[in-house]
Structures are given as C-alpha cells and as structure tokens.
Design a protein around this ligand. Sequence first.
Ligand code: MN3
Length: 202
Amino acid sequence: MSFSLPELPYAHDALEPHIDARTMEIHHGKHHAGYTTKLNNAIEGTDLAAKSIEDILIGLDMKNGAVRNNGGGFYNHRLFWQVMSPNGGGEPTGDVAKAINDAYGSFEDFKKEFSNAAATQFGSGWAWLCVHPGGKVEVCSSPNQDNPLMPGVGCGGTPILGVDVWEHAYYLNYQNRRPDYIEAFFNVINWDKVNELYNANK
Ligand code: MN3
C-alpha cells in the first residue's frame, strides 16, 4: 500500500488573513507532497508497506531516519490541515473543553501553555495537544517531524491538535514573528474536529 497526499478540506486562501494562500500552496503542494513521496519510497518493498501510518509511527525504529522524518511529516501535516478551518477559532466545546479545563484550569491557561510550547520549541518542530487513554489531555512539543506517537517522543498519547512551527509554515507572512503566527493559529482552530479526535482516541 502507498500513501496519498490528502486534499485540503478548504481552498488555499480560505484561512486568510491568518495563514496566507501562497504559504498554503507551498506547504501542502510541495512540503507535504514531498514527505508523502519520500515516505512511499522509504517503505516500498518492506514490511512497513502493509501497515497504517499510525502503526508505522507507534512501532518506529527511531534510527530509521527516512521513515521517521517522512512518516512523521506525512502524519503531522495530515492532522494539521484537519484541525484548521475557515470557520474555526473561538473556544473548545464538548468533552475536550472539559478535559482542557480539568488539565489546565481554563481555556486561557491552556492557550498560554500551548502557545509557550510552540514558541519555545527551538528550531523546527511542532507543539501538540495529546490525549492519553482515559481522557486526560497534555501539551508538549517535539523537534523536526517527530510526534508523540513515536517511541519516547514528547508526552506520549495521541495528538488531537498540532501546530507546525517550522519556518516554512509562517515565514512568508510573519517572517521571524513566530508568536504572532501562533496567536493567528488560534483564530483557525477547528475545535469541532479536535473534539471529534478527542472522543475517538481517549
Ligand atoms: Mn510543515
């Protein structure tokens, strides 16, 4: 089996002004496409080719750089597109809202924790909100295309929200102002999708 680049669930310009169309075109059409092609090349003819991306990452040999980087890149971006929406923003609702309040006291305190994790991830990487079995949520970050499904990465658990803090995700519009991009990201978070992922993975 080989993996396909998922289509964006909205137009390239749908997330403007928060994320610009040119960034989305390059990010999805070049970066995500590149990870997808390289992942397929890396697993072709191996026993990984029969597995789901989740199973590949959960059982990953962290020394396998090609699968670590490109499998992570494939999975991380697929999640990233899903957890954004032109109708997003605001505050979480449903079960994930309760889990966030249980873990962080309030949405504002969660937002500070998540934004800080994203802002302080040195160099390229991601910040995550993950769910653990039983429903507890936790914020963490990871370098490069690593993610918490991989052995020993971040807080463990299953990512239900992620923000890409590689410069390719924001540099055209925000240059070095990563905190401004993170603030803007909150205006496009698809909390309905995050809640759906929370309930599917808790
Ligand atoms: Mn990226």
